[in-house]
Design a protein around this ligand. Structure first.
Ligand SMILES: [Zn+2]
Length: 404
């Protein structure tokens, strides 16, 4: 009887979330000549693109569409290999472990945390640490606060902005932001890098740039990317916040289809999350030395532009700083990174955070794609959180300290 009840509970809990049972991640090798045909296949089957390289693309394949996708690919001689055999066990592994932890709303720096746990941790910090202050940049569609933590050990310093988690399913982002906050607060005065960084700069950290989407990845759909905007007349929910900035709106790599993962929204900065972040970046711009927007996955360190393959005026200097960041990052655990402009290093994408901040005059604007390179993709095992955060912050600190 007890066994029966327990099973019922598991089924009830599990059924609250979208199941990806039998879904696989495939890596497709797509040559330049195959790209037009491949775009048509992608559109036909409406596949979720997980990652993209120069000559490959990772897609999530619905078991119901598997046969059709295989036929389409074979017709165009596109080679595929399986990266993830079944996505659902990876999702269940995390939720099963997480269900047993954090009953008391305590933050964990070596695991993923719910929005409520993150919010409670941030709210408690200023009370216990006089070097921190917390502000809400604004409210999300569903009324959550966009909390930004300022870390400052003295007045009159230039600012560095770091945001994580604009894409909901990229859980390693918020985990890395939170680990960094804890690392800096605990190691200022003892760790050379943490001390040099905070002696020179005030840090403005936005650990979760898309709280609604993030909460939704826990409650409903682990692979949700966008915010939760609902527009009458739109077939699907959500806007890709990193295609919604008021900079070359409607440009390359954005979609006007509400069901697309890259849906740009109805108008520039239509989303409350975008409006709040734009206002905060604009206000900080005169004193901002650098901005970093943290994503996953691909292990890339990138600078503007996303909207065009033209190089920005500061390309040489941004390339120099990227090289320093990557070298310091790789030195920690040997993780290989590539660096370069967004448009040619990952893919063209307009109306993003860093094109917006660069246009405002924040020269040192970067976006990072953290671990891994596709073995687990967005479902990065928790055991990789601390190593990822360690190497990322080593890279960030080295890059920031190299800014003249
Ligand atoms: Zn992203």
């Amino acid at each position: 009887m007890i066994r029966f009840l327990a099973l019922t509970a598991v089924v009830a809990l599990a059924s609250a979330r979208v199941s990806y049972e039998g879904f696989q991640v495939w890596r497709l090798e797509v040559s330049e000549e195959q790209k037009p045909a491949f775009s048509a296949i992608l559109e036909k089957h409406n596949m979720d693109v997980w990652g993209r390289g120069k000559d490959w693309i990772d897609v999530l394949v619905d078991p119901k569409l598997r046969h059709g996708v295989m036929t389409s690919l074979a017709a165009k001689a596109i080679h595929s290999s399986i990266m993830i055999q079944d996505v659902q066990p990876l999702i269940e592994r995390d939720f099963a472990r997480l269900a047993k932890k954090n009953k008391d709303l305590k933050i964990a720096f070596d695991d993923y945390n719910t929005w409520e746990e993150i919010e409670a941790y941030l709210a408690g910090l200023p009370a216990s640490d006089d070097r921190t202050s917390l502000v809400s940049l604004g409210k999300t569609v569903e009324g959550r606060d966009l909390w930004q933590l300022k870390i400052s050990v003295g007045a009159g310093k230039k600012a560095v902005w770091i945001d994580c988690g604009i894409h909901a399913r990229e859980w390693i982002g918020p985990a890395t932001c939170l680990w960094g906050i804890d690392f800096l607060l605990n190691n200022y005065g003892s760790d050379e890098g943490a001390t040099a960084l905070l002696d020179a700069y005030d840090l403005y950290v936005l650990p979760v740039n898309n709280p609604d989407g993030y909460a939704y990845t826990w409650s409903d759909d682990r692979l949700w990317r966008k915010n939760l905007a609902v527009y009458p007349g739109n077939e699907c929910v959500g806007v890709d916040l990193n295609r919604n900035f008021d900079d070359n709106f409607g440009g390359v790599g954005t979609s006007n289809d509400s069901c697309s993962l890259n849906y740009r929204g109805p108008s520039p900065a239509s989303e409350p999350e975008t409006q709040a972040v734009q206002a905060a970046i604009t206000a900080l711009a005169p004193e901002a030395a650098a901005l970093f927007s943290i994503h996953s996955y691909r292990q890339l360190w990138m600078y503007p532009y996303g909207y065009t393959s033209d190089l920005p005026p500061d390309a040489d200097e941004l390339d120099r700083i990227s090289a320093i960041g990557v070298e310091a990052l790789t030195a920690v655990h040997g993780t290989a990174y590539q660096y370069g402009p967004v448009s040619t290093t990952i893919y063209p994408a307009a109306s993003t955070t860093i094109d917006y901040s660069y246009a405002l005059g924040i020269t040192y604007s970067f976006t990072l794609e953290l671990r891994d390179t596709g073995t687990y993709g967005f479902l990065l095992p928790a055991i990789e959180i601390v190593p990822t955060a360690e190497e990322t912050w080593a890279g960030l600190i080295a890059a920031i300290l190299a800014i003249p």
